[in-house]
Design a protein. Structure first.
Length: 456
């Protein structure tokens, strides 16, 4: 009984303070190696180890991760360096870490367009919604081109629009679309911000300021396990490529394509020299300066609140409450267990004392249960009636102890015994083992599960 209670107590305590949280993250684009770290953290059980049940939300040209997070349709999102513009312009977001140290975001154009100037003179430029591709617009400003003179359109059919020449250029990742163009032997140009002095961070993990305040533990756990997932993914690229290929391949990429993507992105993440997720405040200041120069920033907020502080003081009030409740529950069950243990010990002593008295009684004693089956038979009963305990126990005493002509009287008397817990005294005939008939006076007491009879 005590073992059961202690096990139950520990189980209850564990349930009280085991952390469990449902979370979701909105990707910038369709499933591909760009999000390898999240797949690794999910499928290798890193999220689960921290009590996180994470849902991965696929992106698309029409989906803006910033809006999804601020509207609470997602808890976390993947953005890029434009996140700092959103913050300075009033969005209550917190940057959790820059995954890509250099941005893979480029303009992919048909071969005849070699520069922003060429595109400004040419056709439409297809970008993602909102300010997600603002670093690509900055290239035009860097070249002194008024953005009003560029025909920017929202990305709809992406590569299909470029191949059908509906647009002159599309936003692309250097790790993705160039592979397809090369395999199809289609001439193309890449116009890259870094070649125009705009070396910004790429994919950046973020969340809302509200979630950081209401559940900082969830934010810390998610950030930590995500970075662990990225580390695993970059060290085990073939394994994660297999997971993407078999479970997330919504773009029908070949393994060769995914390997190309992984190779390019690993260079941009640069894990050999930079800790995954690291971001430099000085570099963010430089990025802000560039954006301000192009008049993209209207607000004037302090960047301190933009950076995630992993050492911020976490409100552990509820955790302490859970611990206190767990300790209280443990104490209550321990007290109950000790109380039952004490009672059992006392009952054992009482039972032992009664057994000693029963076995050494000067009168013949019999204990029986339902069906009049003998469960105990003392030494005096053996001496008086002749049957040993082994011969009597387990048999109905009507089978050997009560003469047939006495059975109706004995049964009538025993029914009276079962009606209350008082001592009853009856006299009737009984057999001995050698066939003799003796007259016995029985003192009978009903004791719940058993009935005791003593002959005097």
């Amino acid at each position: 009984m005590i073992k059961f209670l202690i096990i139950f107590c520990f189980t209850c305590s564990h349930t009280l303070f085991a952390y469990q949280k449902d979370l979701s993250i909105q990707f910038r684009w369709h499933h591909q190696f760009q999000f390898a770290g999240y797949y690794a953290a999910l499928h290798k059980g890193f999220y689960e180890e921290e009590g996180l049940n994470v849902k991965l939300l696929e992106g698309a040209a029409s989906i803006n991760p910033l809006k999804e997070v601020l509207s609470k349709r997602a808890d976390f999102g993947v953005s890029n360096s434009s996140l700092v513009i959103d913050f300075l312009n009033g969005a209550d977001v917190v940057m959790l870490g820059a995954i890509f140290q250099h941005s893979p975001n480029v303009l992919l154009s048909l071969k005849e367009y070699q520069s922003p100037v060429d595109l400004a003179k040419g056709g439409a430029v297809s970008l993602l919604s909102g300010d997600q591709d603002i670093e690509l617009k900055a290239m035009f400003l860097k070249e002194g081109i008024d953005l009003l003179k560029v025909n920017f359109v929202q990305n709809k059919n992406h590569l299909d629009d470029l191949l059908d020449k509906k647009v002159a250029a599309i936003n692309a990742y250097s790790s993705n679309e160039p592979f397809f163009m090369t395999k199809q032997n289609i001439p193309f140009s890449i116009i890259e911000p870094r070649n125009y002095g705009l070396d910004f961070y790429g994919d950046t993990l973020f969340t809302s300021k509200e979630l950081c305040k209401t559940d900082p533990l969830a934010v810390e756990k998610f950030r930590k396990t995500t970075m662990r997932g990225w580390e695993y993914a970059l060290n085990n690229m073939d394994e994660i490529i297999e997971i993407i290929f078999t479970q997330y391949n919504t773009q029908n990429k070949t393994k060769e394509h995914l390997k190309y993507e992984a190779k390019v992105l690993k260079k941009l993440i640069n894990p050999e020299f930079v800790q995954i997720g690291h971001s430099n405040p000085g570099r963010w200041e430089h990025i802000v300066g560039a954006y301000k120069m192009f008049d993209f920033i209207k607000g004037n907020r302090n960047l301190d609140d933009f950076y995630y502080n992993s050492e911020q003081k976490v409100d552990l009030t509820w955790f302490y409450i859970y611990i206190a409740l767990a300790v209280l529950v443990a104490f209550v069950f321990a007290f109950i267990a000790y109380y039952i243990f004490s009672i059992n010990k006392k009952l054992e002593k009482v039972s032992l004392r009664h057994k000693i008295l029963f076995q050494n009684s000067a009168s013949a004693g019999i204990v029986w249960r339902e069906g009049y089956v003998v469960t105990d038979w003392n030494a005096q009963a053996q001496k008086m009636f002749g049957w040993s305990g082994d011969e009597a126990i387990g048999r109905s005493f009507f089978d050997f102890l009560v003469p047939q002509d006495e059975e109706p009287l004995v049964e009538k008397n025993l029914k009276k015994v079962l009606q209350n817990y008082e001592m009853h005294i009856f006299i009737n005939k009984n057999y001995t083992k050698d066939g003799k008939v003796v007259i016995c006076e029985w003192h009978i007491l009903f004791c719940l599960k058993t009935t005791k009879m003593c002959k005097r």
